[in-house]
Design a protein around this ligand. Structure first.
Ligand code: C2E
Ligand code: MG
Ligand code: MG
Length: 577
């Protein structure tokens, strides 16, 4: 008995097929073959079974070899494909190989056939082996081996994609985070092995009550997560009830009924955040609140945050983060819309946390404001921004530097002194520094704000109202402030291409600003369309992902010298203000 070989032969001549088979037999194969000579017959043969190898004639009355080859590749099949032809020329042979054929052999000279078959079968096996290994690695990277559910990485990925789809379709997304109550006791009394069985059963029950389009993941330990695309709060709560009742019947392990109970936290896009990480964190906070109150489930609310363990530990750590050099600044370029060149950068703080990775400011600035840590944080930011501004200027990149202030900073009589100190230490002229204050911060404590701003302005530092349009400042109030710039909030800028209302808001802010002889900057410019609209409306400068995301200092320098918006053509030199 020879080696079995399932061969699909695409050939119009019975004789030629017979010659081929005879040669294969001579080489020790036992071919179980089928001969076809049309696309339809070939498709049928491919549907019917798996083939080890395909031999194909080049031209036939009702079919041709290239079409056969395309058919194999279109179906995503990976099997050796060898041309056998009496007529094939050198050029055609080369094209065929380029299209993915493994070899070509002249019908009149089958000497090369057997070595070619042997080689291709071997290489095909290696390719499949590699693919299997790749798939296994993929599985290990994205799936939890215990429950076979997606792991944290895949959950984050899916959540991100679902949020993006939600953004496009203007539909909400719900994230559920589920943690078993008293799982540790189950583990301790029944042992880890049985604890694992409980987790597997929980996974199956969760999957059982959810739709195909929902993602169920195991995040680790006794923590599971569910992503519900296009789900409002009510829908999410309905799913929570379904999950609770699915978990009600005890799980039987070794004839022992084990009662499981879960606490579930719910966070919603867009209400509670538009980034996957933030939603996960907030669902976690809600889950913790649900556990504390014993209520089973809870939708995220801001007041939960104040007591969340992550926040408390983070705040404890933030104190040291400043000393341990874990804060860093990213810089986002601001572009002059008329000249298309960078005129300055905004320094945006990040926290490089040893465990949680890069934490964005939205996740620690609000808490830093409440705890007073914002004061040392701002002092650090000002120093670092001044240092970087000096470095840029030394490298001939004459850009303005902007930093953000909080309400708390505006109540701090020491602030103007600290600003002056930072500038002096690095020899930066005050007019290169711009301080951004959100409209709402300004309105929280207008009297104090005015005093501090007047001092800063007296020292020739430029001032900008950030996130303009979201607060309720009156025109009269604006005229009293010593500011030079207003920055339109990104929500209007992002919305302006789709919403008439946002477009009108942007236009009025630009007109208002210009009437008060202020410069107007737009933030959140994400595409060419917004850029063009802003240019047409006479906006002065723009900032946004379309031109550049906030970048670490070294990448900023590369961007400045390489990007068409950068400084290559030497503008930016105009001193600001
Ligand atoms: P902001 O001052 O209004 O900064 C703009 C924010 O919008 C940045 O987020 C930036 O990354 C983001 N952004 C820029 N272009 C686009 C775009 O095209 N599309 C979208 N969707 N977003 C864009 P980031 O860095 O996460 O900062 C968030 C906020 O945190 C800042 O808003 C600011 O209020 C605060 N913050 C950042 N650094 C500091 C700081 O050093 N001190 C204080 N007090 N607050 C800071
Ligand atoms: Mg800002
Ligand atoms: Mg802003």
């Amino acid at each position: 008995m020879g080696t079995p070989l399932h061969a699909l032969i695409i050939e119009d001549s019975d004789n030629d097929a017979e010659l081929l088979v005879r040669e294969l037999r001579r080489g020790g194969y036992e071919p179980a073959y089928e001969r076809v000579e049309s696309a339809a017959a070939m498709n049928a043969a491919l549907d019917r079974q798996n083939w080890d190898i395909v031999f194909s004639d080049y031209s036939m009355p009702n079919f041709n070899g290239m079409a056969a080859l395309n058919l194999i590749r279109e179906r995503g099949l990976d099997m050796p494909f060898i041309f056998l032809s009496g007529t094939i020329g050198e050029d055609t042979a080369v094209t065929a190989m380029k299209q993915g054929a493994q070899d070509y052999i002249m019908k009149g000279n089958l000497k090369r056939l057997l070595p070619a078959v042997e080689r291709e079968l071997r290489e095909g096996e290696i390719r499949r082996e590699r693919k299997r290994a790749g798939e296994l690695i993929q599985r290990l990277a994205y799936y939890d081996t215990l429950t076979d559910l997606p792991n944290r990485t895949l959950l984050q990925d899916r959540l991100r994609q679902t949020i993006m789809a939600g953004q496009r379709e203007l539909k909400p997304v719900a994230l559920l985070l589920l943690d078993l109550n008293h799982f540790k006791e189950i583990n301790d009394t029944l042992g880890h092995h049985h604890g694992d069985l409980v987790l597997q059963q929980v996974g199956l029950r969760l999957r059982g009550v959810l739709r195909e389009s929902d993602t169920v993941a195991r995040l680790g330990g006794d923590e599971f997560a569910v992503v519900l695309p296009l789900a409002q709060a009510e829908h999410a709560e309905l799913v929570v009830r379904k999950i609770m009742s699915a978990l009600e019947p005890p799980i039987v392990i070794r004839d022992l009924p084990v009662a499981v109970e879960a606490s579930i936290g719910i966070a919603l896009y867009p209400d509670h955040g538009d980034r996957a990480e933030l939603l996960i964190q907030r669902a976690d906070v809600a889950m913790y609140a649900a556990k504390q109150s014993g209520s089973g489930s809870m939708v995220y609310a801001a007041e939960h945050d104040r007591h969340s363990p992550r926040r408390l530990t983070l705040m404890g750590e933030l104190r040291q983060a400043i000393e341990r050099n874990q804060l860093l600044l990213h810089y986002q370029p601001k572009i002059n819309i008329r000249t298309h060149r960078a005129i300055g950068v905004e320094a945006l703080v990040r926290w490089k946390h040893p465990e949680h990775g890069l934490i964005p400011p939205d996740e620690f600035i609000p808490a830093a404001e409440q705890t007073g840590l914002i004061v040392p944080l701002t002092r650090w930011v000002l120093q670092e921004a001044a240092r970087q501004c000096r470095a840029l200027h030394d490298a001939g990149m004459m850009l303005g530097m902007a930093a953000n202030l909080s309400v708390r900073n505006l109540q701090d009589p020491k602030l103007p002194g600290q600003v002056a100190e930072a500038l002096e230490e690095f020899g930066v002229k005050p007019n290169w520094l711009e301080l951004e204050i959100t409209e709402s911060a300004m309105m929280t404590d207008p009297a104090n704000a005015l005093q501090v701003l007047t001092q800063l302005n007296g020292a020739r530092v430029r001032l900008c109202i950030d996130d303009f349009g979201t607060g309720y400042s009156s025109l009269g109030y604006l005229t009293n402030l010593p500011i030079s710039t207003i920055k339109i909030d990104k929500s209007f800028v992002i919305g302006m291409t789709a919403s008439k209302k946002d477009l009108v808001a942007v236009r009025s802010i630009i007109d208002l600003g210009h009437n008060l002889e202020l410069k107007v900057v737009a933030e959140g410019v994400e595409n060419q369309e917004s850029w063009d609209q802003l240019a047409a409306l006479g906006c002065d400068a723009a900032q946004g992902y379309y031109m550049s995301r906030p970048l670490p200092a070294d990448e900023l320098i590369r961007w400045l010298s390489e990007s068409p918006w950068g400084l290559t053509h030497g503008s930016g030199e105009e001193a600001p203000g």
